[in-house]
Write a protein that binds this ligand. Structure first.
Ligand SMILES: CC(C)(COP(=O)(O)OP(=O)(O)OC[C@H]1O[C@@H](n2cnc3c(N)ncnc32)[C@H](O)[C@@H]1OP(=O)(O)O)[C@@H](O)C(=O)NCCC(=O)NCCS
Length: 174
């Protein structure tokens, strides 16, 4: 775990001191709030132990954003996988974006952008060669966001989601 300086930044997405947003590393006490945001904003939900295992294994890149009342209003979590490189059979470490979501009332304030840039910096410390993620082909908002971070569509994973929707598999080389 890093120092306060590493783990906590005060960030005002609206440049409005009445509504400051704190971005910091997730703690175990935050998990209920993370699950709450996930359940409201995404159709994919996970059991508590899944969040806990990501927090235990990759704590530095599991970030949350909180409002001035301390309520969790966004999160991002990553894991690291050793899989064949997209260009060769060589096994490489990849940073896999597991999930990101921002509560509806706080969207479009660059919170996701800040979470992504801060966490990608942390994931790089796991000596990865690329970042990867899946996103619903209909989720143009998230696709726009990822393209801004230099992700591009590598291929389509057919019927990736439980409801049968396809996913774009997006990658970002380092
Ligand atoms: C996708 C999501 C995380 C974006 O969060 P956000 O904090 O609103 O995003 P930001 O304000 O940082 O926006 C960054 C970029 O995303 C894109 N974007 C965000 N909202 C958008 C919208 N309503 N329409 C089109 N593009 C949008 C834009 O490219 C934007 O850059 P710009 O503001 O310079 O145009 C948020 O909409 C969300 O939580 N959605 C539900 C959960 C989800 O879909 N997660 C991704 C699963 S793969």
């Amino acid at each position: 775990m890093g120092t306060d300086k590493d783990t906590q930044c005060k960030y005002s997405p609206l440049a409005d001191d009445n509504d400051p947003i704190i971005i910091r590393i997730c703690t175990i006490e935050d998990l209920e709030g993370v699950i709450d945001v996930n359940e409201k904003e995404l159709p994919e939900d996970y059991p508590y132990f899944f969040y806990k295992s990501i927090l235990d294994s990759y704590p530095e890149s599991f970030l949350v954003a909180c409002n001035s009342e301390g309520t969790i209003i966004a999160y991002i979590m990553w894991r690291v996988e050793k899989t064949p490189s997209t260009n060769s059979l060589k096994l490489v470490n990849k940073g896999h974006l597991v999930s990101i979501a921002v509560s509806k009332n706080y969207q479009r304030r660059r919170i996701a952008s800040t979470l992504l840039s801060n966490s990608m910096e942390k994931v790089r410390k796991y000596k990865i060669n690329e970042f990867v993620l899946e996103v619903r082909v209909s989720n143009y908002i998230a696709i726009n966001l990822y393209k801004k971070f230099n992700f591009f569509i590598q291929n389509i994973k057919e019927r990736y989601y439980r409801d049968g929707e396809n996913a774009y598999f997006m990658t970002c080389k380092i």
